[in-house]
Design a protein around this ligand. Structure first.
Ligand code: GLN
Length: 219
């Protein structure tokens, strides 16, 4: 199970109409390394978090942050990507909102079921607008309906440089360090196979190749 709205981890390439991204390359490389076949199904991010525990899917890969709460119902692979949350605003509003301390009473857009939504609920008095797709959150900042957006730094920066056309700028510090893991139903035997495949891809250099393809620099 994956998502299709999360640059540059899983998204639809506008030119080819194909699902591409770091996670897609990674899960294909893992499947080849471990010797199993995969079928990819696309769904809304919050749907993945709730579908994995049910066992309807064997594997979930969607830039999913490893959290203590999710670990109650999901087994995660070893961490494969270091991320964290960052606030962003429309270019020109950096003085009005220069950090998370300025969002109380403001409208902050994010995505349903994400760690950013939880962060806003727990740490701010912002008026939270959570959308099923994160691109809708960025659109609402671009059109002035929301004052800011809170989301994962790699996604915010990639969007800002591409579709965002430089009109969305990040403000303040990284708010919460996070790590992404591949998700499995509790007790899945695939977890160890996948972890071993990740070790092998790191050793062979294939992992770095995938990372560099999407981020143009190694960790
Ligand atoms: N890393 C974030 C989370 O796990 C968002 C992931 C996503 O939108 N695909 O909540």
């Amino acid at each position: 199970a994956t998502d299709n709205n999360y640059v540059p981890f899983e998204f639809i390439d506008q030119g080819t109409d194909e699902l591409v991204g770091l996670d897609i390359d990674l899960i294909n490389a893992i499947a080849e390394e471990a010797g199993f076949d995969i079928e990819i199904e696309q769904m809304e991010f919050s749907g993945i978090v709730s579908a994995i525990p049910s066992g309807r899917f064997d594997i979930g890969i969607a830039g999913m942050t490893i959290t203590e709460e999710r670990k109650e119902n999901i087994d995660f692979s070893q961490p494969y990507y270091d991320a964290g949350l960052i606030l962003a605003v429309l270019e020109g509003s950096e003085e009005e909102i220069s950090s998370i301390d300025d969002v109380d009473g403001k409208t902050v857009a994010t995505r349903v079921g994400s760690t950013s939504e939880a962060y806003l609920e727990e740490n701010t008095d912002a008026n939270i607008e959570a959308f099923p797709e994160i691109t809708e959150a960025y659109q609402s900042v671009l059109t002035g309906r929301a004052d800011a957006v809170l989301y994962d730094k790699p996604n915010v920066e990639y969007y800002a440089e591409t579709e965002g056309g430089g009109e969305i700028v990040t403000v303040g510090d990284l708010l919460q360090g996070e790590q992404y893991g591949i998700a499995f139903p509790k007790g899945s035997e695939l977890r160890d196979e996948v972890d071993e495949a990740i070790d092998n891809l790191k050793e062979s250099g294939e992992f770095d190749e995938i990372y560099n393809k999407w981020f143009g620099g190694s960790e």
